[in-house]
Design a protein. Structure first.
Length: 334
C-alpha cells in the first residue's frame, strides 16, 4: 500500500466512525420526531428555542404562572394545556437536534483534518451538512411558529433525509481509499433498478406523511376509542400507499436477488443488500400492524424511521455500484 495513504486511513477512520455515529443520530432524531408526532407532543413546548420561557422546561403546572394560557396560548387560540410528558418529549426532541448539530460540526472538523489536502469534496460535503443542520434548526422553529403546519413538518423531514444523503456520500467516498467493492454483472441496469427504488421509496415516505394527515383528521372525527375503524375511513391515499408498498417490496427483492446472484464471494454489497431486505421486511410488518391492529402509537414512528433507513441503504448501494464514476477520487495520485 502507498505509504502516503496511511495517514489518510488513520485520520479517515475517525471521520468514518464519527460520520456513522452522526447518521445514526439523525435516524434516531427521525424516530424521536415520529414519537413526537404520534403522541401529539409537537406543541408540548409552545415557544422556541425556550420551552415555556425557560431553558429547562417545567415538570409540574405549579411551576408555571397562573396565566400561562394567556401568555403562551395566544397563537393556539387559548387551547394550550400543560402536559409534562408531552413537554419533555418535545424537549428531548430538541436536545437530540442540538446534539446532532455538534456531531455534524465534529464531522466537518474531522474531514478538515483527514481530507483537506486529499479530497476537498469530502470537506465541502461535511461543511454543507453543517450548514443544512443549522438551517434545519431554524426550520424547526418555523414548525412551531406555524402551529405544526403539515407542509412545514414534511419539509423538516425531507431536509433530514437530504442531510443523511450528504453525509452518507461523504463517508462512502472516504471508504474509496481503503476498500474494494466486489464486481457486479451488468452494473448499469442494476444501478437503474436501485435508483428507481430510491425514488419510489422517497415517494412512498412522502405519501405516508399525507396518509398521516388523513389519519389525524379521521381520529379527530371518530375518536381514539374507535382506532380499529380508522383504516376503513382513510380513503384513496391509504390504498395507494398500500399498493406502492407491494411494489417497493418487489423491487427490493429484485435488488437483493440481482446482487447476490452475480457475486461469488460475498462482500460489502451483499451485506448491504441483506440489511436492505431485513429493513424492508420489518417495515412491511410494521405497516401491516398499523393497518390491522388499530394504529398502535409505537409503530407509527418505527414505520417512518424504517422507511427513511431503507432509503439510506439503497443510496449506499447505489454509491458503491457506481464507485468509479461518482467518487472520482485522486487516491492514485497521492
Amino acid at each position: 500500500m502507498n505509504r502516503c495513504l496511511k495517514p489518510i486511513m488513520t485520520h479517515g477512520k475517525v471521520f468514518r466512525k464519527l460520520g456513522f455515529w452522526t447518521v445514526g443520530a439523525i435516524y434516531f432524531l427521525i424516530l424521536v420526531g415520529g414519537i413526537v408526532r404520534a403522541t401529539g407532543s409537537g406543541m408540548g413546548c409552545p415557544d422556541w428555542p425556550k420551552c415555556f420561557g425557560t431553558w429547562i422546561p417545567p415538570t409540574d403546572i405549579s411551576q408555571l404562572p397562573s396565566n400561562y394560557k394567556e401568555i403562551y396560548g395566544a397563537k393556539l387560540k387559548g387551547e394550550v394545556e400543560f402536559n409534562a410528558i408531552k413537554t419533555w418529549i418535545e424537549y428531548v426532541n430538541r436536545l437530540v437536534g442540538v446534539a446532532i448539530g455538534f456531531l455534524v460540526f465534529g464531522t466537518f472538523v474531522s474531514s478538515l483534518i483527514s481530507f483537506r489536502k486529499k479530497d476537498k469534496t469530502i470537506v465541502f460535503l461535511s461543511l454543507l451538512a453543517t450548514i443544512l443542520v443549522a438551517f434545519e434548526g431554524w426550520l424547526g422553529s418555523k414548525v412551531v411558529s406555524s402551529e405544526l403546519h403539515p407542509v412545514m413538518i414534511t419539509l423538516h423531514m425531507i431536509l433530514s433525509v437530504i442531510i443523511v444523503f450528504i453525509l452518507l456520500y461523504a463517508v462512502a467516498r472516504s471508504f474509496n481509499y481503503v476498500i474494494e467493492v466486489e464486481d457486479v454483472a451488468d452494473k448499469s441496469s442494476l444501478s437503474f433498478l436501485v435508483s428507481a427504488a430510491i425514488f419510489l421509496t422517497i415517494g412512498q415516505v412522502l405519501l405516508g406523511t399525507q396518509v398521516r394527515e388523513v389519519v389525524d383528521q379521521v381520529a379527530s372525527v371518530i375518536g381514539d376509542a374507535l382506532r380499529s375503524e380508522w383504516v376503513a375511513n382513510l380513503g384513496g391515499k391509504f390504498q395507494m400507499h398500500a399498493f406502492f408498498s407491494i411494489v417497493i417490496v418487489i423491487i427490493n427483492l429484485l435488488i437483493y436477488y440481482r446482487i447476490n446472484k452475480s457475486i461469488n464471494e460475498k462482500g460489502l454489497l451483499s451485506k448491504f443488500s441483506n440489511w436492505l431486505l431485513i429493513t424492508i421486511g420489518i417495515e412491511l410488518i410494521s405497516g401491516l400492524s398499523l393497518a390491522y391492529l388499530g394504529f398502535p402509537r409505537l409503530m407509527q414512528p418505527i414505520h417512518l424511521t424504517l422507511g427513511t433507513l431503507a432509503i439510506g441503504i439503497q443510496f449506499v448501494i447505489f454509491l458503491f455500484l457506481n464507485k468509479e464514476r461518482v467518487f472520482r477520487s485522486n487516491a492514485s495520485q497521492v
